[in-house]
Design a binder for this molecule. Structure first.
Ligand code: C2O
Ligand code: CU
Length: 454
């Protein structure tokens, strides 16, 4: 996420840019539907709307250690306000850009919503320029842990602070807990490692015997290994999707890729304190309750492995089923199938089809591959079917040499990004589209329009 990277990204955009975007395939016809028409239906009479206002602005932040840094904030803080809504509620968010000269948007990361509300500059809307507003509206259909960030120059803008949490509380708790906390891990201005905006960690209330749901959100591009010390824990949700029959764990590091969310559940011990450590960064610590500080996990503790965790549940989706389309995506250091940005042919789908994507990591650093507008099922890792709970997610993290197969049904027409959520990688070309046939957009990516989503 260095400035140099970003400069290079802009350069790539310019040199490839014909004020177009790979957003309509051979299937697009005269009868094409514009993404802008895909919205929620009007609210029913008497339907409640949860309204929020978010203002993007430059803010001088004072960190816990007294140091000052300029952040780009929503409502004066980074992360911006935590938006908490109930499953099924209609959410309306008015974004105002006060003074971010490069323009801003808000993308609702992981939320299944109509395409026109996805917040991608140049694909689903124009960037919102200083003095302008844009109102997002969607129904929070799926409970879970989500987040939001600008998808205009997302690498730079998320790094400068234009991020926040979105929690959709379940109508019925699948898991019981007394306390529900969410913590964002963030690297601000390429320098400050913040937990919920604090460079010295956070302290959360919890009493012995209470059960805590802790939602961990990695808003930083690099993988973070997070470990719970002082209590046994369960991983109850990944990317906002509940797991089936998650077992008790102890002394494991959870590798959380950029953009990913892991929810853990634990009961506070009689000794009083649980501490959540990060393997790489001492600055990121989360303490719950009080009492003696539990010892850190050993660096050699095993990594959490979701491929054999929890209880199977047959949903009929497997790598053997018949797929309408199968795509192979080979991930290079900063490319997909040897190509970058709009050179990468979009994945073309028709509504209703079942799609399988085979990701193959060839060489280099980890890639958390993220798909907009859909949840996929992770079918196999390195050719072997998962044997535990079904895992549904909006991203899959690949380390060097790994292969994953994922499947999704094309059930949400639109033009959707598929990209690495190491946002520096995306800004260097690891970004492509999943496009439904017959869908178009009036928006354009490029220096002329000023819409630069990555
Ligand atoms: Cu966090 Cu394109 O997304
Ligand atoms: Cu990557």
């Amino acid at each position: 996420m260095s400035q140099m990277h970003h400069g290079a990204a802009n350069g790539s955009h310019e040199s490839q840019e014909h004020e177009g975007h790979a957003t309509s395939g051979p299937g697009a016809s005269a009868a094409a539907v514009s993404c802008t028409e895909l919205k929620e239906a009007q609210p029913a009479a008497g339907e409640q709307v949860r309204s929020f206002a978010l203002t993007a602005a430059k803010t001088n932040m004072t960190l816990d250690n007294g140091k000052q840094t300029e952040a780009w904030t929503f409502n004066g803080t980074t992360p911006g306000p935590e938006l908490r809504v109930q499953e099924g509620e209609r959410v309306r968010v008015t974004l105002t850009n006060q003074d971010i000269d490069k323009g801003v948007t808000i993308h609702w990361h992981g939320v299944i919503l109509p395409c026109s509300q996805d917040g991608v500059a140049g694909v689903t809307q124009d960037a919102v320029w200083p003095g302008e507003q844009f109102t997002y509206e969607f129904i929070a259909r799926h409970p879970g842990t989500y987040w939001y960030h600008s998808h205009q120059q997302s690498s730079e803008q998320a790094g400068k602070g234009l991020i926040g949490r979105l929690i959709v509380e379940p109508k019925q708790q699948a898991f019981k807990y007394d306390r529900d906390y969410a913590v964002t891990l963030q690297l601000l201005n390429e320098k400050w490692k913040l937990t919920n905006g604090h460079n010295e960690g956070v302290q959360l209330d919890a009493a012995p015997g209470e059960t805590v749901r802790l939602r961990l959100i990695n808003a930083y591009s690099e993988v973070q290994w997070i470990g719970v010390a002082g209590a046994e824990f369960q991983v109850i949700s990944m990317d906002g999707q509940d797991l089936n029959g998650p077992g008790m764990l102890r002394e494991q590091w959870i590798p959380i890729g950029g953009g990913q969310r892991y929810d853990v559940l634990f009961t506070m011990p009689a000794s009083g304190q649980v501490k959540v450590y990060s393997k790489e960064h001492k600055a990121w610590n989360i303490r719950l309750g009080s009492g003696p500080t539990p010892e850190a996990l050993s660096k050699d503790a095993p990594d959490f492995d979701f491929t054999n965790y929890g209880t199977p549940l047959d949903d009929g989706i497997s790598s053997e089923m018949k797929f309408d389309r199968v795509y192979d995506l080979k991930l290079g250091i900063l490319d997909i199938n040897g190509k970058k940005f709009h050179e990468i042919p979009p994945i073309l789908v028709k509504e209703g089809e079942w799609i399988k994507i085979r990701f193959k990591h060839t060489f280099g650093g980890p890639h958390p591959m993220h798909l907009h507008g859909h949840v996929f099922k992770i079918l196999t890792k390195n050719g072997k079917p998962l044997t535990g709970s079904p895992i549904y997610a909006d991203s899959v993290l690949l380390f060097s040499g790994e292969e994953y197969e994922v499947a999704f049904q094309a059930d949400n027409p639109g033009l959707w990004m598929e990209h690495c959520h190491n946002l520096g990688h995306a800004a260097n070309g690891m970004t492509m589209m999943v496009n439904y046939e017959g869908l178009t957009t009036p928006y354009r990516v490029g220096t002329k329009s000023g819409n630069l989503p990555d």
